[in-house]
Design a protein around this ligand. Structure first.
Ligand code: GRF
Length: 190
């Protein structure tokens, strides 16, 4: 039985697209059951609608507080029968309300070799520090900022003349391979 995943995305949605394409390959072990976004203008939301993937816009502003917003997301994820939640450029921290109610795994992809350079602008942080290698990390999500246990990583070189854009592009190309691979190999809890 395929793993049914829910993807949470706030932006461009290139990782969502990479997951979608992998899920459509022959022999894929997962399918995308739901895309949730907190932003109407998110590219991921448009892609899901175009591709006929169930998509929901669930905005914090439409709820009394963060807990109510997260409870609604959990409700919709369960309604769609998903087994795994994948954050893909979801720009909010999940609180214990979400993480306790959703008893299964939540994973994220981050554009650095964690635990180095968590949070925003990871590629700029790497360049500013002068590291010679960076990369991307898929990790479990906890309440912290990119602090959960690491599942897998890919390394990319940082070149002498890199800009934030050129480094981000090189890392993103690896993200698009790593994330679908991790999700495809994910072992369902039930
Ligand atoms: C990616 O770099 C991802 O690692 C980070 O946010 C970015 C999302 O990009 N968490 P996209 O929306 O998937 O194109």
């Amino acid at each position: 039985m395929k793993t049914k995943i829910a993807v949470l995305a706030s932006g461009r949605g290139s990782n969502f697209l990479a997951l979608l394409e992998k899920s459509q390959e022959a022999g894929a072990k997962f399918e995308i059951g739901l895309l949730i976004s907190d932003k109407e203008e998110a590219g991921a939301l448009q892609t899901a609608r175009t591709e006929g993937i169930p998509a929901r816009l669930i905005r914090p502003a439409d709820f009394d507080d963060k807990a109510a917003h997260e409870r609604e997301m959990v409700r919709v994820i369960e309604e769609h029968g998903c087994h795994l939640v994948c954050l893909a450029g979801y720009m909010r921290l999940l609180s214990p309300v979400f993480l306790a109610q959703w008893a299964k795994d939540v994973i994220n992809i981050h554009p650095s070799l964690l635990p180095a350079f968590p949070g925003l602008d990871a590629q700029k942080q790497a360049l500013d520090y002068g590291v010679k290698y960076s990369g991307c990390t898929v990790h479990y999500v906890d309440e912290g900022m990119d602090t959960g246990k690491i599942i897998d990583q890919r390394v990319v070189p940082v070149l002498e003349d890199d800009s934030v854009e050129s480094l981000a592009k090189r890392i993103l190309a690896e993200e698009h391979k790593l994330y679908p691979q991790v999700v495809n190999n994910y072992r369902r809890r039930k």
